[in-house]
Each structure stands twice: as C-alpha cells, then as structure tokens.
Design a protein around this ligand. Structure first.
Ligand SMILES: CC(C)(COP(=O)(O)OP(=O)(O)OC[C@H]1O[C@@H](n2cnc3c(N)ncnc32)[C@H](O)[C@@H]1OP(=O)(O)O)[C@@H](O)C(=O)NCCC(=O)NCCS
Length: 160
C-alpha cells in the first residue's frame, strides 16, 4: 500500500473540480457551488497563486485532496494555513489518508514558521469532528463565523 501527496498540477483542474463537487455533495451544499472549472484554474494556477491544492494518491489512484490558503494572525505576528477543503473519497477512508494530508499541512506550517492550521467544520459532521479531535484539534466554540455575501455585501459596499 503506498500513499503519495503532491501539489496539484494545472492539467488536474477537472479532477480538483470534481473533488470540490464531491465534498459539496457530502456536505449537502451542492446548491452553493457557483465556481466553474475556469475560476478554480485561475485561483490555483495563475502567475501568483493564492490558493493551493494537495492531492493524495493511494496505490496510484486519486483518493483525496486538501485545498488551502494563507491567513495571518496579527496577535501571533505570523501567517498560518486556512484549510478550505479536506476530502477523502469514501472507498479510501480509514487508511490514514486524511491524517496524512493534515500532517502534510502541519509540516508545511512548521517548516515555514507559520503559527497555525485552522479550518471550519459543520456542526452535524460528527465523524469529522471526532477525527479532528483525535489529531489534537481544539474546537473554537467561543468563536462564531461571520459572513457578508450577496445583497448584504452589495449593500455594505454601497455605504463606502
Ligand atoms: C474526515 C476525513 C477527511 C478523514 O479521512 P480518513 O482518511 O478517512 O481518516 P484517517 O484514516 O486518516 O483517520 C485518521 C485517524 O483518525 C481516526 N478517525 C477517523 N475517523 C474517525 C471518526 N469518525 N471517529 C474517531 N476517530 C476517527 C482514525 O481512527 C485514525 O486514527 P489512528 O491514526 O489512531 O488510527 C474523511 O472521512 C472525509 O473525507 N470525510 C468526508 C468529508 C469531510 O467531512 N471533510 C471534512 C470537512 S470539514
């Protein structure tokens, strides 16, 4: 059994886009996917990309992925990784692939002197919450995610 983790290549955009849709389906959020393959290609593979994708292959088959970008803690005075997507295809789960993807990102953080690895999880996603806790993640229950989007975003922008 062999596991390889590597940075997604430009010729893998369709694959990455499929994985994004598979994750959205799992999260019951397919209706929220407005992205197109071209948008994802641009975010990942423009001249100065600000989005990154790691692919996990299990015995040569694509098993999962992690998509991330940099955030920054002014309190820590250091950058960190914000994990946007983590997904292991159902038939490959339980082989340590999700753990290996997170360990890979943790090593990227540590290697670059970045402060932390952070992400959000849906409150009903109990299996993933248990998985994250098993890896030492702390649930930031005193923090609430805030978002301004759609008409509210336009309305706020109009106040500028
Ligand atoms: C969450 C997910 C990425 C985990 O990937 P995975 O490859 O199946 O997990 P692993 O095999 O790497 O498990 C690693 C460790 O976590 C533990 N673990 C995994 N699932 C667990 C669960 N439901 N409860 C408790 N521990 C769990 C494993 O026992 C293992 O521990 P060990 O190393 O001591 O044996 C995968 O299940 C997935 O893609 N789920 C659907 C999508 C999703 O929820 N993504 C996250 C959105 S925030």
């Amino acid at each position: 059994m062999s596991l390889t983790i590597y940075r997604a290549r430009p010729d893998q955009v369709s694959l990455v886009f499929s994985l994004i849709r598979e994750l959205a389906e799992y999260e019951k959020l397919s209706h929220e996917v407005e992205a197109t393959e071209a948008m994802i290609a641009d975010a990942l593979f423009s001249e100065n990309p600000r989005l990154f994708c790691e692919i996990a292959e299990w015995n040569g088959e694509v098993a999962g992925f992690a998509v991330w970008f940099l955030n920054c803690s002014t309190f820590a005075g250091r950058f960190g990784i914000y994990l946007e997507d983590l997904f292991v295809r159902p038939q490959f789960r339980g082989n340590g692939i999700g753990k290996a993807l997170l360990a890979h990102l943790a090593r990227t953080c540590v290697g670059n002197g970045w402060a932390r690895l952070q992400w959000a999880v849906l409150d009903w996603n109990e299996p993933s919450i248990a998985f994250y806790k098993s890896l030492g993640a702390v649930l930031m229950e005193e923090w609430t995610l805030c978002r301004v989007t759609g008409p509210a975003l336009d309305a706020l922008a109009a106040k500028a």
